[in-house]
Design a protein around this ligand. Structure first.
Ligand code: C5P
Length: 227
């Protein structure tokens, strides 16, 4: 066995932007690279956890030892997350789930000869809200971590989101800064606990942010987190 403070714990991590099909060759997506989620998966592995990485991403170095579940759409991610969370200790929802998908995906490639189509969107399920519902019934996962990408009122918006989604911990990210957030290797985040305590971390690598997040989870599971 590998040992470490998360030995025997099942940690589920999601990463990447979901891809919502328009037709067989086109999809809507967002700027998420998956890097922060992959770094979190690696940090959990390093602390001995059994890690399931639910990912939309190809081509990032794989955190060796994690079990891979490949998904594309929000609906597929929802199904994978609910299935894996039934016996999980921790869910870390680092994926950027598309809020909307094309209401219908055409069965055949949309042809330009038909003129510019009108795109009708439909709302995707909120995965964390569905997890909160299942968690009330099953008691799993004990710890649920969400991310908030905000461009204004970072703390207020993130705190409201933490409450609405019944999270244990919120990782709040100011995406208006150019040196942090999407696609770069650095991040500047504030960790907010369910109890209301918050800690703003300096600009650091996504690997270091991941280690901070996972160390906080270790404290929460051990019941030693300071409020
Ligand atoms: O509400 P908002 O998208 O800002 O919240 C971000 C958090 O919620 C992230 O942890 C993201 O993975 C999760 N989320 C979700 N299902 C959605 C949208 C976001 O679980 N449909």
């Amino acid at each position: 066995s590998r040992g470490g403070p998360l030995q025997g714990r099942k940690v589920v991590v999601t990463a990447g932007g979901t891809r919502e099909p328009l037709d067989p060759v086109r999809y809507l997506t967002n700027r998420s690279s998956g890097k922060q989620g992959y770094a979190v998966a690696q940090a959990a592995l390093d602390r001995g956890a059994d890690v399931v990485l639910i990912t939309t991403v190809d081509g990032l170095p794989w955190p060796s030892g994690a079990r891979r579940v490949a998904v594309a759409t929000a609906q597929e991610m929802l199904e994978a997350v609910l299935a894996e969370c039934q016996n999980a200790d921790v869910l870390i929802m680092a994926a950027a789930v598309a809020d909307f998908r094309p209401a219908t995906a055409a069965g055949q490639k949309i042809k330009k000869e038909g003129g510019a189509p009108t795109l009708t969107l439909a709302a995707n399920p909120d995965i964390l809200l569905e997890v909160a519902r299942q968690r009330q019934r099953l008691g799993h996962p004990q710890v649920v971590v969400g991310f908030a990408a905000e461009t204004e009122n970072l703390l207020q918006n993130a705190q409201a989101k933490l409450a609405r989604k019944s999270l244990t911990l919120m990782v709040a990210n100011d995406v208006s800064a150019t040196d942090a957030g999407f696609a770069v290797d650095t991040n500047r985040v504030t960790l907010i606990s369910a109890g209301g305590a918050f800690e703003t971390l300096p600009l650091m690598s996504k690997v270091e942010v991941a280690e901070k997040i996972v160390d906080r989870i270790v404290e929460i599971l051990a019941g030693t987190e300071e409020e």
